[in-house]
Design a protein around this ligand. Structure first.
Ligand code: SF4
Length: 243
């Protein structure tokens, strides 16, 4: 991967503009690492409110992690049904817990805080069903390690700006953007949060509000007349009612 000083400067400029727009936030995550880990699995493709309800219901019905691991699959699916795709998430959670109990004898991952960022990342990404996004969220939000979660919003906005190439995946964007930013957990947390909010509130998938965007003067997608083909924004299929 080639380092580009001009893209690094543009990334820092965008970072600063969104710091001004949204204000610097303190790092907030769940204080319990297991809550953050399982909550992150539940959070895929659902709202925060649905994730919270699913987690709470699961822990009320199965207060011990051994009970979650050993629950009949249909009962765990029912407990987390407010999160989308419970039939996919429930086996992930049980596989993960089985692995943790087998390897560590307990469902406790507090030890990650004592590992280096690289060691902690390597350990987490070897877990069944845990990818780069979940690992980086857990390490940044809970253990304050200097990593950068790149979710669908961060991916889309940084790609539209031209900070990463038009075909770069979210997984590859993680290392590229990290190379442009300070290796500081608070700065990376704010970069993640601000780009996430900006993607939700302004730079939406279908209808970005470019007229109200503080990043417009530096945006490659806007300069292209919003016609650039980007891997983060699939081409919208025309409905038969579209003209
Ligand atoms: Fe997104 Fe438009 Fe802003 Fe570019 S100018 S970042 S496309 S909202």
């Amino acid at each position: 991967m080639q380092f580009s000083s001009s893209l690094a400067a543009k990334t820092l400029d965008a970072h600063e503009r969104l710091n001004q727009e949204y204000g610097i936030q303190a790092i907030k995550g769940y204080s319990d690492p297991m809550h953050e880990l399982i909550g992150t699995i539940l959070s895929h493709r659902t709202t925060h409110a649905n994730e919270v309800t699913a987690y709470r219901t699961m822990r009320e019905r199965f207060p011990a992690w051994e009970q979650v691991r050993d629950a009949p699959l249909s009962e765990l699916i029912d407990a987390i049904k407010t999160a989308n795709y419970p039939e996919i998430k429930a086996p992930y959670i049980q596989n993960l817990l089985t692995h943790l109990f087998r390897e560590r004898g307990t469902a406790n991952i507090d030890f990650l805080g004592d590992l280096s960022t690289e060691e902690a990342m390597n350990w987490l990404t070897r877990l069944p069903g845990i990818g780069l996004k979940t690992s980086t969220i857990l390490l940044l939000f809970t253990f304050h390690k200097p990593v950068l979660p790149v979710d669908t919003h961060v991916h889309r906005v940084t790609q539209r700006l031209g900070l990463i190439g038009p075909k770069v995946s979210a997984e590859k964007a993680h290392a590229i953007l990290l190379g442009y930013l300070p290796q500081d957990a608070l700065a990376l947390f704010n970069f993640h949060k601000h780009f996430y909010w900006h993607g939700q509130r302004v730079c939406s998938w279908y209808d970005p509000k470019c007229h109200a965007c503080v990043l417009q003067p530096m945006c490659d997608f806007y300069q292209s007349g919003r016609t650039a083909i980007l891997s983060s924004t699939p081409v919208r299929k025309k409905k038969s009612t579209d003209v």
